[in-house]
Design a protein around this ligand. Structure first.
Ligand code: BGC
Length: 397
């Protein structure tokens, strides 16, 4: 028992000390990018009578984390949850951001390799471009964990920590279906960035649910001639999805989403407005698109989807400006990523319930479940569960 605890302690220390924090010794590491304040000393982990394994110098990083951008609240959520999970034990974490630039991402990964990481946790900005970073890590003997987004077209990915992204798209589409009555309802489609494999998975999940309802006349696609041309196909190839996504992409960018929605509304005649249904791929773009639709005098009501349970979108839901979001509990993803890293550091393999083909190999994964959230369950799922604090919001039911 004591032995188990000691091993656990050592593993965690290896994982965490490495991430820049070094308990009680010096804290003057060659600052890399974004190392925040120093470690606090907390209870549990410090006290056992360790055979004083000297704290590793910062160059001996065991795990490195690279996230795609600070410009979206979604990834700040992940950063915060990683810090909460790791710093709870009294250590600093260093997390690098790529700011939507594959060259910065590669430089971040190279920096971590130079500093001696053994495990890399990477959310690619561009899934295909990130193959180079994964291969650099792999050649240096580093285990590569793709985090939330798959790294494409390479065998240099060891594991994929993810949510069930097809289920995300299906939940969004199901919400539209559940709120539609009669026939000929105007449907506006929007998607994520084509460089992100998830954009395809979300769209695929949505199409599976929407296509039969387009075929039976419940919905009429307004803003994509490519989707109209393919609307009789129950299943789409990746190329076909690519054609549609190319026409309705938001690039995961709020301004692009808003401009595209405005252009669609300008082009649409009044009979394509009224009570409308909008597939928006995530919360940031949902708010931008909702703002555009809300400002159009010919739109009398809209149902709009989202995902990520961002604070601003939860407020939009409370205020009736966004209809739903999909909660992907980032705490689960973070815990899975840390568990996978620890598995590799101890010479074992993380659990696998599924695989995702990345164009070259089937990458082992364990996708997590997602939950639909709207006004009817926001209190229970978001507040009562402790995901966000009630003080973040006004006008809760
Ligand atoms: C993530 C979403 C996120 C989107 C934009 C996707 O890969 O799964 O949660 O909203 O990227 O950053």
């Amino acid at each position: 028992m004591l032995k188990r605890l000691t091993i656990l302690f050592l593993v965690f220390a290896l994982l965490l000390v490495a991430c820049g924090g070094n308990n009680e010794t010096t804290n003057e590491q060659p600052a890399a990018t974004s190392a925040p304040e120093e470690p606090e000393d907390t209870g549990d982990v410090e006290e056992p009578e360790e055979p004083a394994e000297p704290a590793e110098p910062a160059e001996e990083l065991a795990v490195g984390i690279v996230l795609p951008t600070r410009e979206e609240p979604r990834w700040i959520q992940d950063e915060t949850r990683f810090r909460e999970a790791l710093e709870a034990e009294g250590y600093d974490v260093e997390i690098l951001f790529s700011q939507g630039d594959s060259a910065v991402e590669l430089a971040n990964v190279e920096q971590l390799i130079t500093r001696g990481v053994q495990v890399l946790i990477l959310t690619p900005h561009d899934g295909a471009a990130a193959a180079a970073a994964a291969e650099a890590a792999n050649s240096a003997g580093v285990k590569v964990i793709a985090y939330d987004r798959l790294i494409l077209n390479t065998d240099a990915v060891d594991y994929y920590v993810t949510f069930d992204s097809i289920a995300v798209g299906a939940a969004q589409a199901q919400y539209l279906v559940d709120n539609a009555e009669g026939t000929d309802n105007p449907l506006y489609l929007y998607a994520g960035a084509a460089t992100d494999n998830n954009a395809f998975l979300f769209f695929e999940g949505a199409w599976n649910v929407l296509q039969p309802k387009i075929a039976d006349g419940t919905f009429r696609i307004v803003n994509s001639s490519e989707a109209v041309a393919l609307q009789d196909n129950a299943e789409l190839t990746r190329d076909e999805m690519g054609q549609i996504i190319g026409q309705i992409t938001t690039e995961w960018d709020f301004d692009t989403a808003k401009s595209l929605a405005e252009a669609n509304l300008t082009a649409a005649p009044a009979e394509d407005k009224g009570d409308v249904f909008i597939l928006a791929p995530n919360d940031g773009t949902a708010r931008a698109i909702a703002d555009a639709f809300g400002a159009d005098a010919d739109v009398s009501s809209y149902i709009v989807t989202g995902q990520d349970a961002e604070i601003a979108s939860v407020q939009y839901i409370i205020d009736g400006l966004q209809s739903m979001t999909v909660l992907k509990d980032v705490r689960t993803l973070v815990a899975d990523a840390i568990a996978a890293a620890v598995a590799y550091l101890t010479g074992s393999t993380p659990p696998e319930t599924n695989t995702y083909n990345n164009g070259t190999i089937d990458v082992p994964a364990k996708p997590s479940e997602v939950i639909s959230v709207d006004q009817s369950n926001v209190q229970e799922v978001i507040i009562d569960s402790g995901y966000w604090d009630a003080s973040e919001f006004t006008g809760l039911p």
